[in-house]
Unconditional design. Structure first.
Length: 267
């Protein structure tokens, strides 16, 4: 009986030691797992912090660019306003004529034989140019701010002034429109012209186009000849120089010779 009790006590001791060993191993595994989880969470937190910092830097840069653009426009408009006030306050070249004097000065029917009707043709061409510019503003930037609309109009006029593009607004706007691909302004070949027009919004676009062609043109795009929506990334953008980001559009110009010469060589 004593031997049996002795064996039983030994077996019980081994069972306790084994249980303690198992418990210690389990606790070690749990501790190691907890440590790994903490390290993973720390790494994810650090990555998120880096992304947040990059996003803040990008937002600050965009805000600084917008502020510089607004400052440029404010300076331009101040100069235009000063010139307009000076012109309005300047003395007129000749005094206004009285109503009684007008009949005596009116032209006879014979005088209209020599009337230059090319003036009417020029006026009609001006109206067409204004309409084409208004279409570009309406379809390309109708939902943009006034500055964004002026920037799109500025791109059209910069192309007219460039030797690379046609010489009139309508030719610039409708360049390539006869092809399903290759049109310079998307609305001229994607079916937009067939859809109903918001008359009030188009009237505002025509008013802005007339104001710009009358001389109140702000260099909002900073000499840009290209732009695209910020949700696309066309291949040609990499070969041009960015000038501004306004609303949902990014603007570019052709690089200058100095910029091309200083550009790093590519393989």
């Amino acid at each position: 009986m004593a031997l049996k009790k002795r064996i039983s006590s030994i077996l019980d001791l081994d069972r306790d030691d084994f249980g303690q060993a198992v418990n210690w191993t389990a606790r070690s595994l749990i501790a190691a797992g907890g440590l790994s989880l903490c390290m993973l969470l720390t790494a994810l937190s650090a990555t998120a912090s880096v992304r947040d910092a990059e996003a803040r830097r990008s937002a600050d840069a965009a805000l600084a660019d917008q502020a510089a653009l607004v400052a440029d426009l404010a300076e331009f408009l101040a100069e235009e306003t000063a010139e307009a006030r000076e012109a309005l306050s300047a003395p007129k070249a000749e005094p206004a004529r009285s109503a009684a004097a007008l009949p005596a000065e009116s032209r006879t029917l014979a005088e209209f034989v020599d009337f230059d009707f090319t003036d009417l043709v020029v006026a009609k061409m001006d109206a067409e140019e204004r309409h084409c510019l208004a279409q570009a503003i309406y379809y390309e930037a109708g939902s943009e701010s006034r500055v964004g609309q002026m920037a799109v109009a500025d791109v059209v006029l910069n192309r007219v002034a460039s030797a690379v593009y046609p010489d009139t607004i309508c030719e610039v706007v409708y360049q390539g429109s006869q092809r399903t691909t290759g049109c310079q302004f998307t609305f001229t070949c994607d079916g937009s012209l067939k859809r109903p027009v918001n008359k009030a919004r188009f009237a505002r676009a025509e008013e802005l186009a007339g104001t710009i062609l009358a001389g109140l043109r702000a260099p909002a795009s900073r000499n840009a000849t290209h732009y695209h929506a910020d949700y696309v990334n066309p291949d040609w953008a990499a070969s041009l120089t960015p000038t501004a980001t306004i609303g949902a559009h990014k603007f570019y110009r052709f690089p200058k010779r100095v910029e091309i010469a200083e550009a790093p060589a590519t393989m």
